[in-house]
Write a protein that binds this ligand. Sequence first.
Ligand code: SAJ
Length: 437
Amino acid sequence: MSSPVSAQKALEEKIKTRTARVGVVGLGYVGLPLAVEYAREGFHVTGIDIDEPKVARVNAADSYIGDIPSAALEPIVAKGLLRATTDFSVIRDLDTINICVPTPLRKTKDPDMSYIVSACEEIAKYLHPGVLVTLESTTYPGTTDELVLPLLEKDGLKVGLDFFLCFSPERVDPGNVKFQTKNIPKVVGGTTAACTELGKLFYEQALETVVPVSSTRVAEMVKLLENTFRMINIGLANEMATMCDGMGINVWEVISAAATKPFGFMPFYPGPGLGGHCIPIDPFYLSWKSKQSGIEARFIELAGQINGQMPHFVAGKVQNALNDVGKAVKGSKIHIYGVSYKRDIDDVRESPALDVIHLLEKRGATISYTDPYVPEIRLQDERVLRENSAAISDSDCVVIITDHSAFDYKKLLDQSKLIVDTRNAMKGIVSEKIVRL
Ligand code: SAJ
């Protein structure tokens, strides 16, 4: 057992002199950029991942993360400042460990903590006095203190004395060129005051702004508030869209005019549904935990229902649009324009396009799609559909699901018989052929 001051002082010194050996567990869109930032600051960084190909690509300075070009990896790998391994025993020689592993939801909307548990079980095997462990994966309030801490203390090490434990929410927004790891303010909260101090000192070495908070629970809750706020407001925009549809009002014009209010308003926009691996997922970590305290997270549940029914609303719009030109969905060729979960990226996780395709096929449509970022998609029944923009002109209806910036919407209008636009991508283009959300 170390003396409380010595372990903290020794680690402070290593961090300040940048001799602390940094470890990052999980080399995905959060972990790899974080590892790169510390290597750039001159720390020796070891990335740990269970995925051998990822480890090999990092060591070959061959990036697989869009925000990190291989050219950014080359110098730090060449200098030996960044290396990757699948071997957790390297933790014996590390001074700080950041855990950046996935926290998906199960089909039952319960949190899947298996990645965090397995990472912590491995870390616990090699944990030694003087280490700072920080969990970054988005999770329910209490995870760090109730789940991670007991796993790390199991062999007698004491938090705040022998090792130090924090939570710091990841705020990486893939593809965001303005805000990247270095300049996104970093919230951090420790299990003890000494933990918070060390967490703050650690992040100050590589990131521009650090925001210490009083506990791990506050830090865990900050992230959930951020993303729940977004999910609920998108739900409001979607409900406004269904109301305006019923009243024959252009919801896009309403939102655009409301957005002229210089204070007290923040525009969100309706769409075909809620995609991605953050916004549709994170709020259910909060509602799951609050239910355990006997508090129903009614806003989250309601927004989840509203956002979840948007693919059905879109399928209904398509059905009515075809009906108005004397066609049935059954037997129609329908072309989906854009399938990733948001514009200008290739990620199709939870993409509403997959739900819309499923609903239209159930009604008897034949589906094709265009998306320059996505060469093929695996449908909900496991069939694989390959991208085929040549099918546009032969389709009975085109449905704009993702409004990629690279699309030529005027050309699309010339090629199409009928367009259902769920993103206001055809804004300003007037044509009888266009049906808007
Ligand atoms: N969406 C709407 N209407 C909107 C905004 C989004 O329908 O007004 C849809 C998108 O099309 C997408 C889904 O919601 O299907 C999620 O979109 P998003 O813009 O929230 O993008 P994400 O999922 O990549 O969210 C990330 C989050 N970043 C982190 O968690 C670190 C989120 O907090 C960011 O605010 C968001 O990026 C961002 O602003 O880009």
